[in-house]
Structures are given as C-alpha cells and as structure tokens.
Design a protein around this ligand. Structure first.
Ligand code: XMP
Length: 319
C-alpha cells in the first residue's frame, strides 16, 4: 500500500543512509521540484544541508525576492542567495541559437554554483530535484531513437565536474506526485500549485537575441497574463502558461500615433507530465480581453498572438 506519508519516511531514511554525517549542497531554482527536494533533505539531515539560489537574471517579475522570502520566512534552511545576473546576461549577449543559449547558461551555472559550493566546507553531495520525466526525456523521445530534443541543463555534468555524489530523492516521481509530497511536507499551496518553470528561464521564451529591454517587457507582459488567468480562475486547470516575446516588431496605432513595437506570443497547455501537451482552449472573450490588457498596460508591446500548437509536434517552450 503506497502513500505519500510512506514515501516521505522511506526517502528520509534513504537520504540519511546515503549521506551519513557529510555535507550536502542543493541548488534551489525557485520551482516546486528543487524546493520539495530541499525541504525533504532538510528534514532528513537538518544543518548538513546548504542551499544555493542563483539569480541568473532570467527569472520572472519579483521571483528572486519571493523565493528567498519563502525560504527565509518558513524554513530554517541555510541559504546562499547570489545575484549573478550581470554575468549571465553579459555572456548571453548576441547569442540567438537555442542550444548555444542553453549550453551557455548550463556552463555558467556550473561555474557559479561551483564558486559558491567551494565556500561550503566538506561538501560531498549534490542534491537535485530531478524528476522521472527529466531522466528519460534527456535520453530518448517518445520511445524513438536516442536523440536529445533539447539539452536540459539540470541533468548531468555538474556532479562529475565537482567530484560530488548525487542525491536525487525525486528521481522516481512524476510532477503530480512531487506536488503531493510537497503538500505532505507543508509547503504553502501557492508554491506547490505553481506552474513549472524551466532552468534556462526567460532565455528560452525570448527567441533570438536576449536583451535587458526585451526581458523587462516580457516580465511585465507575463505578469499581466498570469494575473488574467488567476482572475478568471483558470490557473489550476492549466499545466503551464507563459508569455514569450517574439523577435520582431510590428506596426500598430495607438491614439493618433503609429506604434512600432514587439509582438508577444501567449502559451498555455494542459499536460500530465510535460511529455505531451494540448494547447488550452481559452474562450475568444478571454483572449481578446487579455490582449487588450497587455497592450494597454505593458509598454513595448502592440500585438498579441495565441499559440495553438500542441506537443508534439510543438514543444511547450518556444526554444
Ligand atoms: P518542452 O519545451 O521540452 O518542455 O516541451 C517540457 C517541460 O520541460 C521544461 N523545460 C525545461 N526545464 N530545463 C528545465 O529545467 C530546460 O532546459 C527545460 N526545457 C524545457 C518546460 O518548461 C516544460 O515544463
């Protein structure tokens, strides 16, 4: 008879057996997976755990502050919060190829993480919130030949380079199970219910070159979009929703003036595990109202598209 309470007890015992009295480092992304992993490990080994949260400058509006506040206010977990946005955005300048973006972010993430990890005396383990779909999707796609569709930067590389052993207490779980475990661990519902957010962050929602100007527009637009979804009570029916800023400007009219601003794509999908997905069937009223709100409230956007592509053939993210 399998229950989450049982899984929690078993996972805690396993972590203690694996780690002994050694130190563990955990990278916090702000997402549900790494948060649940950190809290579970903290329950198992307390102060032997240190979390590192790197702000790569590609987070959503106010996200870094919210994550830090959530951990500082609710948990007594040792936390290093590092703002490395200048480094990441500087290195990403001029890069538009999706895989080069991912690899650049992955490489910097390893460097930065290593820098902070070196400050933690005697660390022997690295904890990651890797889920079952992360494990299999990085190897094969839909049971087909072994091709990597997208390189997921949170899988592989880091532990070997740092000479650390892995602790991955969520490796056998699907997303809905991680949420159930988070509930079991008392994580606030506002956190548990949050849509997944990719490691490379807004970089892969900004096709083409990434600039601070585009990121600012994207953050503001995404915040209005998510606010609309919440106001209409749709947030929990959707697996993942976000705005992406398209690499083009289009002409519009506003008052008696001509505008020449960015076009935005809105994405929303339903899914069970992120491996396949259907686009979300919003009403025309919702779409029209949302487009109007975004264009009125966000400087720099004058056109809004809705992405009606399911996965496959599309992927959830635009890159
Ligand atoms: P795709 O776009 O591949 O996304 O259909 C499937 C799920 O994975 C997330 N995703 C990522 N997560 N690092 C991550 O941690 C990545 O590089 C990455 N790429 C996609 C995406 O947000 C969706 O939930």
């Amino acid at each position: 008879d399998w229950t989450m309470a049982g899984y929690r007890e078993q996972a805690i015992a396993q972590i203690r057996a694996q780690v002994g009295d050694k130190q563990v480092i955990c990278g916090l992304s702000g997402g549900v997976d790494s948060s649940v992993a950190a809290i579970l490990i903290h329950e198992a080994i307390g102060d032997q755990l240190t979390c590192v949260f790197v702000d790569h400058g590609l987070l959503r509006k106010d996200e870094a502050a919210q994550v830090v506040a959530m951990f500082r206010d609710n948990y007594n977990i040792k936390l290093i919060a590092a703002d490395e946005s200048d480094l990441f955005l500087g290195e990403l300048e001029g890069i538009s190829d999706p895989e080069v973006k991912r690899k650049t972010i992955g490489r910097l993430f390893i460097d930065v993480f290593q820098k902070y990890a070196n400050q933690i005396e005697g660390a022997e383990f690295l904890a990651q919130g890797t889920l079952y779909p992360d494990v299999i999707e990085s190897v094969s796609f839909s049971g087909g030949p072994s091709v990597t569709i997208k390189s997921h930067h949170n899988v592989g590389g880091l532990p070997e380079k740092m000479g650390l052993k892995l602790v991955e207490p969520l490796r056998e779980l699907f997303k809905d199970e991680v949420r159930a475990l988070g509930r079991e661990l008392g994580l606030p519902q506002s956190f548990i219910g949050r849509h997944p957010f990719p490691g490379p962050g807004l970089a892969i929602r900004c096709p083409g070159e990434i600039t601070r100007e585009k990121l600012e527009i994207l953050r503001n637009a995404d915040a209005v979009y998510i606010d609309q979804i919440r106001k209409h009570g749709l947030y929990d029916d959707i697996w993942q929703a976000f705005a992406a800023i398209l690499p083009m400007r289009t002409v519009g009219v506003m008052g008696d003036g001509r505008t020449y601003d960015y076009a935005l794509a809105l994405r929303a999908v339903t899914s069970v595990d992120g491996m396949t997905a259907d686009y979300y069937p919003y009403t025309h009223e919702f779409l029209g109202e949302t487009a109007t709100r975004i264009i009125n409230e966000v400087k720099g956007v004058n056109r809004v598209f809705y992405d009606c592509t399911s996965k496959p053939p599309g992927t959830i993210e635009l890159e």
